[in-house]
Design a protein around this ligand. Sequence first.
Ligand SMILES: [Fe+2]
Ligand SMILES: [Fe+2]
Length: 165
Amino acid sequence: MMIPQPVMDKLNQQIANEFGAAHNYLAMACRFDELGLKMLSQWFFRQGEEEREHGRKILNYLLETGAKVSLQATPAPSGDIDNPLAIVRAALEQEKEVTRQINEIAATAEQHKDFATRSFINWFIDEQVEEVSTMTELLNLVELAGENHLLQVEMRVAKMMVAPH
Ligand SMILES: [Fe+2]
Ligand SMILES: [Fe+2]
């Protein structure tokens, strides 16, 4: 099966975007660990793992369809964010940006009548709805708690981590 070149380019770029997101989450997880917020740290480490899986999912799709995999560089994470609220805000912004990237892939696939990729990318469209929703929930919690009650956020995050989602 032949994936049109512009779609292939976007998918290859998205592998790097997902790995870049993973890298950012890892950096954020380390900040939380340094701040003593161990549950938030674990949550962000897990987010990082999920982003790597997303990258792998796209990579596998390219292999499955006989498309050419060409791995792109992932940018270094921005290292200057160190307060919890700013970190979660940046994480939500990242999820919104990924949503835009995924929508672009869907639009490009449609434009080139590549219905296989258009169908494949649906999983990611649904995933982004969940990712943006969950991160918005976390941001609301951190805003509500304020700097003095982050330990309560830790308890909520611990509960969210055992709940199936
Ligand atoms: Fe992702
Ligand atoms: Fe994500």
